[in-house]
Design a protein around this ligand. Structure first.
Ligand code: 5GP
Ligand code: MN
Length: 319
C-alpha cells in the first residue's frame, strides 16, 4: 500500500485499463477507480471492446475512452482485473509500455506479475474488493465509486454465492451499502435485464448441450450462425456457461464460441475441477471455478480437443 500511495502521489497523469470482453468486475473496477480519481488527477479510463448492455448503467461510463484517443505517455498506467499484459489488447499495451510506472491490480491466480508494482490477491473474490481496500485508506468513497465497486464484487461472486466469498467480502459489501448505493438498480441491471436477443441465443445454444462423463461435464457451443440468427451481440454469450453449470450433476461446464479460425473457451466448475487446468491447455487462465482461453482450431476440431482434455482431467478425479 505504501508503494501504491507513493506511485499515486507522484503521478499527475494516470491511465486505467481493464481486459477485453469486459465483465462486471472489470468495468466496475475500472469506473470505480476512475470515479475516485477523476477530480484528483488527470485520469483516463480505457476500454477498447464493446460494452455489455447491462453494464451501461455504471456511473461515469460516458467518460470511457478508446486507446487511440490517448495521446500522452502517462506517469502511471494501472491495469485492473488482468492476469497478463496481453489481456488489455494490443493498442492499450503500447500506452502501457510508454508509461513511466505501471501497476497491476488483480485477483487471478494465474497472474504473471508483469508490472512495476503487482498488487495481486488470488484469494480476493473480485478486483473490486482489492480496490475497496486501496481506495478507502486514501479517502472517503463517493456514491459513484461505491456503486461501481459493489457491482464489481457482486458480479464476480454471482451475487455473493461463490466459494471465493469470504467474511471480508460481506463486510465490504455492507460498508458500500451504507454509502447509499441503489441495490435494486444494480440487481436489475446485473441480473434481471437479459435482452430478448440474448435470451434467444441462450435458448438456441442449450438445445444442443453435449453431456459427457455421465452428465458431470457439459459442452455448449455458440457459432457465428447462431449469433446471426438471433441478432445477438458479442457479449450476449455471457451467462450461457453459468446456465449450463447450474444444471444438476454438472461439475464442469464448457462454452465454445466461434471466433474466425479460432475458438474461445469459457469454463465453470462447482466443486472438484480446477478450470485453470482445463484452459491451461489453451493459452488461458483465470480462477479455479471460472477460467477462459483461446483454442487455435475452428470450433468443431476445438470441441474434439476439449473432449480429450476433459477425459484426461476426469480420469484423475473420483467423485
Ligand atoms: P470468461 O469465461 O468469463 O471469459 O472468463 C472467466 C475468467 O477467466 C475471468 O476471470 C477472465 O478474466 C479469465 N480469462 C478468460 N479468458 C482468459 C484468457 O484468455 N487468458 C487469461 N489469462 N484469463 C482469461
Ligand atoms: Mn475479476
Amino acid at each position: 500500500m505504501d508503494k501504491f500511495n507513493k506511485f499515486i502521489s507522484e503521478a499527475r497523469t494516470v491511465v486505467l485499463a481493464s481486459h477485453l470482453n469486459p465483465d462486471g468486475d472489470n468495468l466496475g473496477s475500472l469506473l470505480g477507480m476512475y470515479s475516485f480519481f477523476k477530480d484528483k488527477k488527470e485520469v483516463y479510463a480505457i476500454e477498447d471492446d464493446i460494452l455489455p448492455e447491462n453494464l451501461k448503467f455504471l456511473p461515469n461510463i460516458k467518460f470511457l475512452k478508446k486507446s487511440d484517443e490517448i495521446k500522452i505517455k502517462p506517469d502511471l498506467f494501472i491495469t485492473l482485473d488482468c492476469g497478463d499484459e496481453d489481456r488489455i489488447g494490443e493498442s492499450a499495451k503500447k500506452i502501457f509500455k510508454s508509461a513511466k510506472k505501471t501497476v497491476n491490480i488483480d485477483h487471478h491466480r494465474t497472474n504473471t506479475n508483469f508490472a512495476d508494482l503487482n498488487i495481486v490477491d488470488p484469494k480476493a473474490p473480485a478486483t473490486g474488493e482489492i480496490l475497496y481496500e486501496l481506495l478507502s485508506q486514501m479517502g472517503s468513497l463517493d456514491i459513484d465509486t461505491a456503486t461501481c465497486l459493489f457491482t464489481a464484487i457482486s458480479s464476480d461472486t454471482g451475487s455473493f454465492k461463490y466459494d471465493s466469498v469470504r467474511e471480508r467480502t460481506f463486510e465490504v459489501a455492507g460498508k458500500l451499502l451504507s454509502l447509499g448505493i441503489d441495490l435494486n438498480q444494480i440487481t436489475i441491471n446485473l441480473f434481471q435485464s437479459r435482452s430478448v436477443e440474448k435470451t434467444s441465443l441462450l435458448v438456441l445454444s442449450v438445445k444442443n448441450i453435449l453431456y459427457l462423463q455421465n452428465g458431470k461435464a457439459a459442452i455448449v457451443k455458440v457459432t457465428d450462425e447462431d449469433m446471426l440468427n438471433t441478432g445477438a451481440k458479442k457479449s450476449d454469450a455471457d451467462g450461457i456457461v453459468e446456465f449450463v453449470r447450474d444444471i444438476e450433476g454438472v461439475e464442469l461446464a464448457v462454452l465454445l464460441k466461434e471466433k474466425g479460425k479460432d475458438t474461445r473457451i469459457s469454463t465453470r466448475s462447482k466443486k472438484y475441477i480446477d478450470c485453470t487446468k482445463i484452459v491451461g491447455h489453451f493459452e488461458g487462465g483465470g480462477h479455479i471455478r471460472a477460467a477462459g482461453g483461446t483454442i487455435r482450431f475452428p470450433i468443431i476440431e476445438a470441441e474434439k480437443e476439449v473432449i480429450k482434455v476433459i477425459d484426461e482431467e476426469f480420469k484423475c478425479l473420483e467423485f
